[in-house]
Design a protein around this ligand. Structure first.
Ligand code: PLP
Length: 351
């Protein structure tokens, strides 16, 4: 704390991202990155963009990226917004679409950045508890609100809702924006992006950080009605005109166009996940059904924080949240088959 800080900064409670350790000999299963490299086409595109053309500013509207994204979803470019990671897209959505008189609604157990944005932008919110088996019950959201946001699948639980539930929610909630954060949609969940032409209050966000294996590039996007997109553009153009740099632009376009690669590495992760869930259950772990590139799991007798510490001593890092209801769970990112086998071996010794 310093006397030079603004009142706003004094009152912030910043998000704490998972650790990015400087050591290299670790099995890193703590921040849901892909264990596979990005599309070779994306890497080649980034290399070809690495020229003296970098002296010029990038396209402030990222038109070619918007076109590539629109094509994948069968939408028009004016239904697409792009940003420096989906975190930035979400931040603009909080300020541009979710800040109203009524509190916004999101689950008690969810992406912990949401309350951070509410705090930053002075948005009131109400947590809606997940039910006992950690499922979102969309009926609990049918009440007066300034907006609704949750990830599907949810994080850190990994549990997904069927598209029919999202559709039913949109049919009964027509007076505020519903944001579905689909960071993990490519691991087996039906995307709500197919509903944006039907519901003018639906915004769906995606990221290239997880399934596209490009967390280091910082690209995310949203699709929705052009009026919602315009709100995000107004915030963006009042904040930073060039969130997508030239290298990110080249890599993201090539990655989006390489859907075949996306599907192949997503499929590999799903297969490893199914094996890991079985192996964990043989060790007595209880795992929430996951549609994501991570599992949320607990052991009936061994303390979660103690397991995380013991794993760390064996150079494996996983995520533990010291939070009510979930402090006995570990969130474990799906690695390669070899990494998951090492994890299972380490757990065998620990539990
Ligand atoms: C990882 C994640 C994001 C942020 O992704 P970036 O595009 O890397 O900013 C957003 N929402 C959820 C639920 C996530 O897990």
């Amino acid at each position: 704390m310093s006397r030079f800080w603004s009142k706003t900064v004094k009152n912030l409670t910043p998000y704490v991202p998972g650790e990015q350790p400087k050591l290299s000999q670790l099995i890193k299963l703590n921040t849901n990155e892909s264990p596979y490299g990005p599309s070779p086409k994306a890497l080649a595109a980034i290399a070809s963009a690495n020229t003296d053309g970098l002296r010029l500013y990038p396209d402030p509207n990222s038109d070619s990226l918007k076109q590539a994204i629109a094509k994948v979803h069968g939408l028009k470019s004016d239904q697409v917004f792009v940003g420096n990671g989906s975190d930035e897209v979400l931040a603009h959505a909080f300020l541009g679409l979710l800040k109203h008189e009524e509190p916004i609604l999101f689950p008690d157990i969810t992406y912990s950045f949401y309350p951070v944005y509410c705090n930053l932008y002075d948005i009131s919110f109400k947590n809606i508890p997940l039910d006992e088996d950690f499922a979102i019950n969309t009926k609990d959201y049918i009440r007066k609100n300034g907006g609704i946001i949750f990830p599907n699948p949810n994080a850190p639980t990994g549990r997904a809702l069927p598209l029919s539930d999202i559709k039913a929610l949109l049919e009964s909630n027509t007076e505020s924006v519903v944001v579905i954060d689909e960071a993990y949609v490519d691991y087996g969940t039906e995307s709500a992006a197919t509903l944006v032409n039907q519901f003018p209050n639906l915004l769906v966000t995606h990221t290239l950080s997880k399934s596209y294996a490009l967390a280091g590039l910082r690209v995310g996007y949203a699709v929705g009605h052009p009026d919602l997109i315009e709100a995000l553009e107004r915030v963006k153009n009042s904040f930073n005109s060039y969130p997508i740099d030239k290298l990110a632009m080249a890599g993201a376009v090539a990655a989006i166009e390489d859907q075949e690669y996306l599907h192949s590495i997503s499929k590999a992760v799903i297969q490893t996940r199914e094996t890991l869930v079985k192996d964990l259950s043989q060790l007595g772990f209880e795992t929430i059904p996951s549609q994501a590139n991570f599992v949320f799991t607990k052991h009936p007798s061994k303390d979660a924080a103690a397991i995380a510490t013991a794993l760390r001593e064996k150079h494996i890092i996983v995520r533990h949240f010291k939070m009510a209801r979930i402090d006995q769970y570990l969130r474990i990112t799906i690695g390669t088959d070899e990494q998951c086998a090492s994890l299972v071996n380490a757990l065998k010794e620990i539990v």
